[in-house]
Write a protein that binds this ligand. Sequence first.
Ligand code: PHE
Length: 510
Amino acid sequence: TTEDLQTLVLTTLDKSNTISDTKDLTFNDAPVDQLVLFGALASLKSKEMIDFTPIECVSWVLTEEGKQVAKDGSHEARVFEAIPAGDEGLPIAELQAKVGPSAKPGQGKAFKNKWISKKGANLVRLVDSIVDETQKDLKEIESTGTLANEKTLGELKKRTLIDKQKTTTYSVSKGPDFSVQIKKEATDITTDMLQSGEWKNATFKKYNFDAAGVPPQGGHLHPLMKVRQEFREIFFEMGFQEMPTNCFAESSFWNFDALFQPQQHPARDAHDTFFLKDPATSDRYPRDLMEKIKKTHEDGGDTGSIGYNYVWKEEEAQKLILRTHTTSVSSYMLHKLSEETKKIGEFRPAKYFSIDRVFRNESVDATHLAEFHQIEGVIADKNLTLGDLIGFMDIFFKKMGMDKIRFKPTYNPYTEPSMEIFSYHEGLKTWVEIGNSGMFRPEMLLPLGLPPDVRVIAWGLGLERPTMVKYGISNIRDLLGHKVNIAMIKDYPICRLDKKMGKELVGLSE
Ligand code: PHE
């Protein structure tokens, strides 16, 4: 077995330091199989216990016919033996019966060797005795793998008695981690090892980066990503541009202050929002914009508002957080839009959307996660009214299959008026909240630098709830997070034909 061979190699090395050629190794008095040995050597080498290099050599082996000759004598010798001494000899017709298949090749060779000749219809001996050189040569090849006489080797090969064979043997030396004992190598850390502390002393098997891995069966899109794509297509066909949402970490400035959310607002405390420790702050916002926003919060500035009447602090705005909504991106994009307006000297209407992750410090349950995806839409144009928002919502949600839409007044620090969006759920026979919307306040838009007659309507909804409805998932933790069953992603259908949500439940994950 491999273990026996490994022990043999290690004890031999221990005694004599090196093995110059493994062809000399014997196990139980038999030469070792070099192929099995190779496996044993490779495994010892991977543990750095030994080092080895191959020795290629060409040797001769007997063919089946050659083995027969080595055992029973050559065809020519058998023909010679079959002919009795004396003048009588043997009638040619009887040779076949005596030596079988050796008759034909044996006769020719025996004639050539001048051992026999023809006398009438008989074969007679020409010599008293012979030496069977062919048998002797084959026996030597059988034990040594070769012969001194190249010419004879060629002849024997021609007679198909021998064949060339390539063999690989090895020269072996001690490796940096040599020892006579083979260490047990762990392939994986187990719970037991962690609990007993055994992992500290364990030796781990090295990764074999050259090993051929399991071929992947193909990629699979997560259901959330598929539904996201459906929403993206609705936005694109309605002429919207996608906002860059690659900033998960955002300053409170863009997430709250720029949205006219006062610094004492409860959403800004650690119970609702994740704060970053390192780095804890960022001041990547324009100073002049900050001054305007500070003034607006404190006393309304030039907006005609009286503000919140408190002392605005920059430390609060600098606090880095995981964005709590994608409206942080909208505020940043609207500021960019106003910069662009100033640059080209003319306002151009804009339609923006985004679908990406947001984070809230919430306790996780069947319908809530600490991170989820928001769908956000923003339209900026002159003279937009609440009627435009309601009309637009009707079209947008119809495209998603929800045709009964209703609005209810609500409050957001950054929109006035604000409306929660409800959709009628045929199954539940009730109105279900699906999103939140409103017209951004002048206290937000004017400091951002937009022309005073520009109105901005906006709305937001969650991506998880519509996805759960479409895919029949009842626990949000089956959809997102560390408990998700990867096979589920693979097993869901590639496409659903019921693109419409119809009477089903959609809503904001809140
Ligand atoms: N940001 C809001 C939320 O997270 C959604 C919203 C977006 C409301 C835009 C009004 C306007 O709930």
